[in-house]
Write a protein that binds this ligand. Structure first.
Ligand SMILES: [Zn+2]
Length: 199
């Protein structure tokens, strides 16, 4: 529709999650009209993220060192792991200030429709972390939707026989939604009221 560079920018923006063709076009023209210093900061932020941010070797949260900030924090307890789908869920739970244990980021949820099975997630890595017996409780904080529930049930069956208590966030979270959209109070309450899953 447009010439060369402008259309390339619109195409690239349109590939981003949640950005439709109209938004892509709006953002592109916003950038065209922006001060070059503003665009420079955006470019620098994108380049830094590519160069500097990686995944924590322990929990797969985003990290700027070998381990993320949470795994490196000696004040946190090692006996509880909270399992989430994505790094953004770590941020949502941290905001509640209800949790002082460690995390494990699966990298998604089981979804037969999209062809995502346990082997596509960091399940094996979670099992390895549970091997040495330090962890006594696993809190499964996958999203309150079909895929999240399927993932929670799968993990409970897998981990239950290892003698690790498995719990799921209490109801009250918006069903079918995304963990990150729950407000801090609701998510905090769901955390406190977590219930045990018996495998
Ligand atoms: Zn970590």
């Amino acid at each position: 529709m447009y010439e060369g560079a402008v259309q390339d920018l619109i195409d690239e923006l349109g590939r981003l999650p949640g950005v439709g063709p109209k938004s892509a076009q709006r953002i592109a023209f916003h950038l065209l009209a922006s001060e070059s210093a503003d665009v420079g900061r955006l470019v620098a932020a994108l380049q830094r993220v590519q160069a500097e941010v990686r995944f924590c070797v322990t929990c797969y949260n985003v990290a700027e060192a070998e381990q993320c900030r949470i795994c490196r924090d000696p004040r946190r307890t090692d006996d509880v792991i909270c399992v989430v789908e994505e790094p953004k869920d770590v941020v949502a739970i941290e905001r509640t200030r209800e949790f002082r244990g460690r995390y494990h980021v699966l990298g998604g949820a089981i979804s037969p429709i999209e062809g995502v099975g346990p082997d596509d997630l960091r399940v094996k890595e979670l099992m390895t972390r549970l091997m040495n017996g330090t962890v006594t409780e696993l809190i499964i904080a996958t999203d309150p939707n079909l895929e999240g529930e399927a993932t929670a049930a799968y993990l409970a069956r897998l981990v239950g026989p290892m003698g690790v208590a498995v719990s799921r966030l209490a109801s009250g979270l918006p069903v079918g939604g995304d963990l990150e959209y729950a407000d801090e109070v609701t998510l905090g309450r769901a955390f406190e009221g977590r219930r045990r899953i018996d495998a």
